[in-house]
Design a protein. Structure first.
Length: 246
């Protein structure tokens, strides 16, 4: 009798583990459905607040798939016309003040854009979580009163920007309302929160993101999107180096 009970316990245990794995995959698929797209355009306002001052930037952002994105600064006047172009793993920036295009690579990709808490990688990357990370369910708990799954995401590739993420994913919308982003060493690098979630074109879109660098401390970057459109036809030239200096 005890042997039979043990056998059933093993069967049920493996079944529970399998159910958890399937559930986690479904959750990541839901997140990717929200945050990835065939094409998207938006106007983005980035506010960088430190103890000494607050700066605001306005940008036009355009993206196609997970490998192509373009950003053009609209304001303030001193930065107007600055452009960034990402194709695959390569990123270029055009600076009109010096009329020069610079390739951004290596460690520079992880530095803050315009001194913000958002890196070049954060701003221009649109990789799917399911393809980049392995996940396991840690627990279920609310964040800001909303029931969430708390997932631990471990990078499949050593070259990933963040080796580990802890994500609070809203059960209703499949939006990661909060993420803790970690280095390989286990150091907490950033916290990233998403809010102002709206239903749009069959997905849930967070219009506001708040990023705080936990290493340098003392600053916070808020990114707000408006005029968001999905499935738009963006000209091929936008995703070319010729567009940078146009």
């Amino acid at each position: 009798m005890r042997v039979a009970m043990l056998a059933w316990a093993l069967v049920l245990g493996s079944g529970a583990a399998y159910a958890q794995e399937v559930s986690v995959d479904a959750v990541l698929d839901g997140v990717d459905k929200n945050l990835t797209f065939d094409s998207r355009t938006s106007t983005t306002t980035m506010t960088v607040a430190t103890a000494k001052r607050t700066r605001e930037y306005q940008m036009k952002t355009m993206a196609r798939g997970t490998t192509e994105s373009a950003v053009e600064y609209l304001a303030p006047a001193r930065d107007k016309g600055t452009k960034m172009l990402r194709k695959g793993d390569e990123l270029w920036m055009f600076m009109p003040a010096v009329e020069r295009t610079q390739k951004i690579s290596g460690h520079t990709l992880r530095q803050g854009v315009m001194g913000s808490d958002m890196s070049y990688e954060d701003l221009t990357s649109a990789a799917k979580l399911r393809e980049t990370y392995s996940a396991k369910l840690l627990r279920e708990e609310p964040f800001e009163g909303k029931p969430c799954w708390v997932l631990e995401l471990s990078a499949k590739d050593e070259g990933a920007t963040y080796a580990k993420r802890i994500a609070w994913i809203d059960k209703a919308s499949y939006v990661p309302l909060k993420q803790e982003l970690y280095a390989v060493s286990g150091m907490l690098l950033k916290t990233w929160e998403m809010s102002d979630v709206v239903a749009m074109d069959g997905r849930h879109v967070p219009l506001t993101m708040t990023i705080a660098d936990q290493v340098k401390k003392g600053s916070k970057t808020t990114v707000k999107m408006s005029d968001v459109e999905f499935g738009v036809d963006v000209e091929d030239e936008v995703f070319s180096q010729r567009w940078l200096e146009r």
